[in-house]
Write a protein that binds this ligand. Structure first.
Ligand SMILES: [Zn+2]
Length: 342
């Protein structure tokens, strides 16, 4: 589930490291560093696409979602999370463990121009995460800790200063976004949401779709978080009918989230029409879900209201105008009208 820990599916060292016995000896003659770097860069390219789209969604809906945090759109990487930190470090030409992974397009980090991929990091607002202890490999916890640190600094001080190993420095001022992190998983075709994160497998087919259609599936997962589905299902039980209602809500909210992010809300419908017939046996079509054609109809039914709101006010305020099908838990979602039964 944790993104960086699951790089096993990547080719090269990251793959072999998954099955190789634990030992420190590396035969460098047998390591193709160019291939390692290419594998890491392929992972980063997918992550960039995910972070770009995720940023637009959480930024564009920030004025509507119940819980926002200050953010800068910066994603780090930690060599300790790779299957072989020493090889990853050498492949990227790093002396330390922390470096830039992605800076989301249109985010403060992206706009600064300072956060090119793999630029080595020496400190985050005075704290050097390279000094923190880490496991021998596949340690994703230290990276999560660094992201927690960034969030805490932004919340406490309203700014983040990044010192690079090359002597450069960049200061970032945050903007509010809906509180969800996006993580790329190094293997698998799944997309899941756990309340705080959206996690998407690198082999998820929609990565190959046009950006606005890919954004549809990210929006579906984000919708689960924004609507408090994880907590609600924990509380009420994951019976088939409950899951189906949550899934239907997530589908129906997709075009609203897309619209506020500047995407064509109809891309949600195009996603379902493209995805549904090909993957109806997959994760999005279980007995707990409506059929893909029904799901497309539910999405299409939202579009006129969204269009009217966009013309009227320039945004699609789902916190006021979206019809809930479940009664949200008080803590999970604020003041949203609920109509039980759906
Ligand atoms: Zn779902």
């Amino acid at each position: 589930m944790r993104a960086p820990a699951l790089l096993c599916a990547l080719p090269a060292v990251l793959a072999t490291a998954c099955t190789a016995p634990l030992r420190e000896e590396i035969n460098w003659n047998r390591v193709d560093l160019a291939r390692e770097r290419t594998a890491i860069e392929a992972f980063q390219a997918h992550d960039q696409k995910l972070q770009d789209v995720g940023w637009k969604l959480v930024r564009g809906n920030a004025g509507i979602c119940a819980r926002t945090i200050p953010a800068v759109g910066l994603q780090l990487q930690d060599m300790a999370s790779y299957g072989s930190p020493a090889i990853a470090r050498r492949a990227l030409g790093l002396a330390r463990d922390f470096a830039v992974q992605t800076a989301a397009a249109e985010s403060p980090a992206g706009q600064s121009g300072a956060f090119r991929p793999n630029r080595e990091i020496a400190a985050l607002s005075g704290t050097d995460p390279n000094q923190w202890e880490a496991g021998a490999r596949f340690d994703w916890e230290r990276l999560a800790r660094a992201h927690d640190h960034v969030d805490a600094v932004l919340a406490d001080r309203g700014a983040l200063t990044v010192a690079f190993a090359d002597g450069g420095e960049a200061a970032l001022a945050p903007v509010p976004v809906c509180a969800t992190r996006f993580e790329l998983m190094g293997e698998g075709r799944r997309a899941v949401a756990d309340g705080n994160r959206v996690v998407i497998g690198i082999r998820f087919p929609a990565f190959a779709y046009p950006e606005d259609m890919f954004a549809g599936v990210v929006a579906h997962e984000l919708a689960h978080n924004l609507l408090g589905h994880s907590d609600w299902l924990d509380h009420h039980g994951r019976r088939q009918g409950n899951v189906r209602r949550a899934e239907r809500e997530a589908d129906r909210l997709m075009p609203w989230l897309l619209a506020n992010a500047g995407y064509d809300p109809e891309a949600a419908l195009r996603f379902m029409q493209e995805w549904g017939p090909r993957h109806s046996g997959g994760i999005l079509r279980e007995r707990s879900h409506d059929g893909w054609d029904e799901r497309a109809e539910f999405i299409a039914a939202e579009l006129p209201a969204i269009q009217a709101l966009l013309e009227e006010s320039g945004k699609a305020d789902w916190s006021v105008h979206f019809r809930r099908e479940i009664a949200p838990l008080p803590a999970a979602s604020s003041e949203q009208g609920a109509s039980a039964g759906g």
